[in-house]
Design a protein around this ligand. Sequence first.
Ligand code: IMP
Ligand code: MG
Length: 170
Amino acid sequence: MNIKELISEEQIEERVKEMGKEITDYYKEKTDELVAVCVLKGSINFYSDLVKRIDMNVLYNFIQVSSYSGKNTTGRIKVKSWVEESLEGKHVLIVEDVVDTGNTLKYIIKYLERQKPASIEIASAVVKNVYQHGVNVKFPGFDLGDYFILGYGLDYDQKYRNLPYIGYVE
Ligand code: IMP
Ligand code: MG
């Protein structure tokens, strides 16, 4: 497979640092505690880098969903595990790897809303502009067109997640 670098390690590092500041500034007036929800597996690297750049108490939470098989979305969302601690009254930040059709996030938001959090916002490393996904991503990392990307947590059939940069398949 021919993988080309699209976003370098340095670009990611710099942008994540900025995003941490944007998130800190945004929540400063509202709360001193944030629940960051990591959407496994793809968000693991972004999550780990981002929480270190948020200057307030960050509580960790992990959920796992999948809707992809190979390069194509199956349209079916599978839930493998969910948050156990109550989110009632908490400020929740969903940390996602990439928003494409937006279906996964809509599903996650609907689920989390049932627990009556004080707020739900989204940080995504990459936001694709292929679909009218209709999801309000308050903290987008990089905007992208129609690429299938991998690396920095993102996979192609479970492989290439550990590439330090974001690449695309030619
Ligand atoms: P959506 O539900 O279509 O927005 O897709 C979101 C999920 O699909 C993401 O959380 C990723 O796990 C996966 N995904 C979407 N686009 C890509 C890609 O280009 N490479 C790898 N995974 C992707
Ligand atoms: Mg994902």
